[in-house]
Structure formats: C-alpha cells, structure tokens
Design a binder for this molecule. Structure first.
Ligand SMILES: *[C@@H]1O[C@H](CO)[C@@H](O)[C@H](O)[C@H]1NC(C)=O
Ligand SMILES: *[C@@H]1O[C@H](CO)[C@@H](O)[C@H](O)[C@H]1NC(C)=O
Ligand SMILES: *[C@@H]1O[C@H](CO)[C@@H](O)[C@H](O)[C@H]1NC(C)=O
Ligand SMILES: *[C@@H]1O[C@H](CO)[C@@H](O)[C@H](O)[C@H]1NC(C)=O
Ligand SMILES: *[C@@H]1O[C@H](CO)[C@@H](O)[C@H](O)[C@H]1NC(C)=O
Length: 444
C-alpha cells in the first residue's frame, strides 16, 4: 500500500535523525519523549523536528483520555487528532483494553497533512440517544477532507443505536462518515449497532474497505451497512455485513465500484438505488459485485429507480453470487415506491448493460423480478447460469426467524468466503515493514 510506504519512509528517516540528534545533544531521550506526548507540546513538535526525539505516534491516553466507558473523552480525541494532523504519516492510537465515550466529532483535514493512520484497537462508544445529540446531526464520527487516511486495527466502533431504532422519523446519524476524501482505507475494525447507516463515503475517491465487520440486528431499521454516494474507485472486499437494511447501498454519482468476497446477511441485500427520486437525475456506472454470499435477506442484488427520474445505470456485473434464504434474489425495479402513492410517470432512469452470471441458491418468494419502465425499458440485460430454488415452505418460517434473531445462517451452504481475517495493531505495523522492504528505505 502506497500510503503506508510513505509512512515508513518518513518514520525511518525521522527516527534516524532523531536518534542522532538525541545521542549528541541529550544522551538520553526518555524524558523528552514523555514531554512530546503531552498535548501542550503539540506546538513544539514541528519546531523540534528533526533534532528532538519526537514521535509521530499520538496515543489518546497521553492526551488525557480516560477510556473508562463513562467519562467523555471527546476533548482528548480532538487534541490527539490536532497533533497527529500536523505531521505527515502520523499515527493516532486508540489503544486496546479501553472503552472511550465520544460525542459527535469531526476529524477534519482542512489543514491536515496527508497519510494519517487512525489506529483503533480499543472500543469507541457513542452516547445513547439523549439531549447530548443535537437534532438534525448527519453523523457521529466524521472524517472530512483528508488525503490518505487509514483506519486500521482490531477495535470496535459501537453506535449504541437501539434508542434511535424505535424513533420512526427525523434525521438519524450515520456512525462513521467520510466526506470529500481520497485514498481512504478502512480495515480490520468492527462497526456495530449504528444509529442509522454504519459507514458512509460521500464525495470520496480511491477507497478500500477490507477485513471489516459490520453488525447490527436484522430488525434494526435503516441500518445500512455501507453507503456510497458520489464516490469513484471504491473496493470493498473480505467484509461481513449483517444489518437491518441494505448491506451495501450504491447511490447517484458512483462509478468504478468493485465489491467482492463479501458476506451479506441478514439485511436487504446489495442495492443500486434508489435513484431518481423527486424527478432528479442519477448516474451510476461500472459496478461489479462478485464472489459474494447473500443470505437471510429481503433482496439479493437489486437495482431500484423511481418513476419520473432520469439519467442512467450502466455497466453492472453481478457474478458468482451464492444466495441462501433470500426473498427475491434478482431484482430490477423501475417503479420503486417507498410507501405512499407513486404515479407512473412514463419515464425513469435508463438501465442498460446489466449482466448476471452464475447466481445460485435458494429463495423464499420470487427468484427473479424485472419491473422495467414502459417508456424507457431496461436494455441489454444478460442472464447466464442462474440456478435458484425455493426454500421448502414449511422450514422457511422457522429458519428466517432464527436467522433474523440470532444472525445465523440456517441452511448453511458451502461458504464461498473464508473468515475475514483480523490484522489489527500488528497488521498496521507489518504493512509498513513489508512495504519498507520494497522501497529499500532501510538501506537509506
Ligand atoms: C527516543 O524514543 C524512543 C521511543 O520512540 C525510545 O525508545 C528511546 O529511548 C528514545 N531515546 C533515544 C535516545 O532514542
Ligand atoms: C486486547 O486486550 C484483550 C484483553 O484486554 C486481549 O485479550 C486481546 O488479545 C488484546 N488484543 C490485542 C490485539 O492486543
Ligand atoms: C493517492 O495517493 C497516491 C500515492 O500516494 C497519489 O499519487 C495520489 O495523488 C493520491 N490521490 C489523490 C486523489 O490525492
Ligand atoms: C482485499 O483487498 C486487500 C487490499 O487491496 C487485499 O490485500 C486483499 O488481498 C483482498 N482480499 C481478497 C480476498 O481479494
Ligand atoms: C467504465 O469502465 C470502462 C472499461 O473498464 C472504462 O473505459 C470507462 O472509462 C469506465 N467509466 C467510468 C465512468 O468509470
């Protein structure tokens, strides 16, 4: 990974210089090291480089975070971020063994250096729904306008969303939202019990999500797994998504989206749309979903558009999808209507060049549903090797209930996926080391 390569290069260089500087000037650097971890020292960090024994690692505990699960640690996180933000390829650490209560916060990059690593090994929890939430808040944890940002580790982000799930209307926050960022990596972590969507990318370029677990109950409303909007060049792989709404939702402005080796369920499947609501234009292109398991969901792979919209969905491939206990595995719906009355407006977003290859498994309602617009019919839709069988009616009720309640996979078919691995803290470091070999930076 290029991001981490830069990280190590800088890191090694800095340590080398630091070592020299400290040896000659202080003999011992341990006192200085302690001081540089102190939040007050954030201002001196830059000026002391490269002569002091400064570090590019900022542990939230050193910035006053308690990590006891009840103290509000928001200010400590803000201070640690502020320090990390000032150094290229720095690392902010949220350590293992602690639980940090964090209020809505923005890790904003307006003046931040690039390639920052947010290493999450501990647990971050949100305040439960209460007065501490301003109304209309779009997200809980925001990463904004960053170039080169990695969240990695074995840690957990828990939205404690149950209090929001019973609330039927109004804005509910997304747990983790990236906005206007490029070269984004999210790996290793778990995001669970979100207030609403778990992980959102809006206006982002070059995003990689892998070895991530997303988890909330199958009956938690609107808890999308990953939501993509106006984003390009996104890969999601080796990820488990169990939630109460779409496992992955692909919205307008997305292209070059590659989803593979994902396990989805319970949830509502992998969905493009809904698009074209309120007569708007929507464009989505170059989407690939392959080598994926979808189980105990309402839908499998779905494209949904509203009547009255315009624009296009173009170049979509769904291949090697194993479905199990899915209500409707394959759907194109150009008359999407989310409650209320919707009129047939005679137009919809154009859907073309859609390919389904090797989709196999069991369904509970209908194997395939294509509801294409009368005036702008779907074109160039190809189906190749589709084998869908009904789940035996009698067992179905029991299985679905068990699946939703326990997050189990009842008629376990041979999994297409291996267990997504956990890399974590060591993973973050190993990546850097692996890459170091390639750059020859240990020799320099
Ligand atoms: C500098 O910091 C490192 C930790 O990053 C520490 O192990 C070392 O003792 C410090 N002093 C010197 C002289 O390197
Ligand atoms: C985190 O800490 C727990 C105990 O507090 C331990 O069991 C676990 O192995 C640690 N994980 C890592 C990645 O260090
Ligand atoms: C992403 O990172 C690569 C390599 O570090 C860099 O060349 C590229 O410009 C970055 N992309 C953006 C959009 O900044
Ligand atoms: C998932 O993506 C990561 C990062 O690009 C890559 O290292 C890993 O091999 C991929 N896993 C699979 C199963 O393709
Ligand atoms: C879609 O993919 C094709 C072929 O890979 C490429 O030529 C085209 O530029 C891509 N379009 C977008 C919008 O990404």
């Amino acid at each position: 990974m290029k991001i981490c390569m830069f990280g190590l290069l800088t890191c090694v260089l800095v340590l080398f210089l630091q070592h020299q500087g400290v040896e000659t000037r202080h003999g011992h650097g341990s006192r200085l090291l302690k001081e540089t971890f102190h939040p007050r020292y954030e201002e001196t960090i830059l000026s002391s480089l490269p002569y002091g024994n400064t570090s590019t690692i900022f542990n939230v505990l050193a910035f006053g975070a308690k990590g006891d699960g009840t103290t509000d640690d928001t200010k400590a996180f803000e201070a640690a971020w502020l320090a990390a933000c000032k150094l290229e390829a720095s690392t902010m650490i949220v350590p293992n063994g602690s639980v940090f209560l964090i209020k809505p916060i923005s890790f904003s990059g307006r003046n931040c250096e690039s390639n920052i690593i947010f290493q999450l090994d501990g647990k971050i929890i949100a305040p439960k729904r209460s007065g501490s939430w301003k109304s209309g808040l779009l997200q809980w944890l925001e990463f904004r306008k960053l170039n080169g940002i990695t969240i990695c580790g074995t840690g957990v982000i828990d939205g404690q969303g149950a209090g929001w799930w019973s609330k039927s209307s109004g804005t509910k926050p997304t747990a983790v939202r990236f906005y206007g960022s490029s070269n984004v990596t999210v790996t290793g972590i778990t995001i669970q019990n979100s207030q609403q969507t778990h992980l959102k990318f809006d206006n982002c370029q070059s995003v990689q999500v892998f070895d991530v677990t997303i988890s909330s109950p199958g009956d938690s409303p609107n808890t999308d797994g990953i939501h993509l909007q106006n984003s390009q060049d996104v890969t999601i792989n080796s990820t488990r998504l169990a939630c109460g709404d779409d496992c992955v939702s692909i919205q307008t402005g997305c292209s070059g989206i590659n989803i593979h080796n994902v396990d989805c369920g319970p949830g509502h499947g992998i969905s493009i749309g809904s698009l074209g609501k309120h007569n708007t234009k929507a464009c989505v292109s170059n989407i690939t979903v392959r080598d994926t398991m979808i189980h105990d969901t309402e839908n499998g792979v779905r494209i949904k558009t509203w009547q009255g919209g315009y624009g296009s969905v173009q170049g979509v491939t769904f291949s090697n999808i194993q479905v199990s206990n899915v209500e409707i595995p394959i759907i194109i719906e150009e008359y999407y209507c989310d409650g209320g009355k919707c009129q047939n407006k005679g137009s919809s977003v154009d859907v073309s060049d859609i390919s389904y290859q090797n989709i196999k498994g069991t369904y509970t309602k209908t194997p395939i549903r294509f509801a294409c617009s009368e005036s702008t019919p779907c074109t160039d839709v190809n189906l190749d090797t589709i084998q869908l069988q009904p789940v035996a009616a009698v067992v179905r009720g029991v299985q679905r209930k068990a699946a939703v309640v326990m997050g189990l996979q009842p008629d376990a078919a041979e999994p297409l996926l291996e267990q997504p691995g956990k890399e974590g803290w060591a993973g973050c470091v190993e990546q850097r080391l692996e890459n170091a070999a390639g750059t020859g930076c240990s020799a320099g």
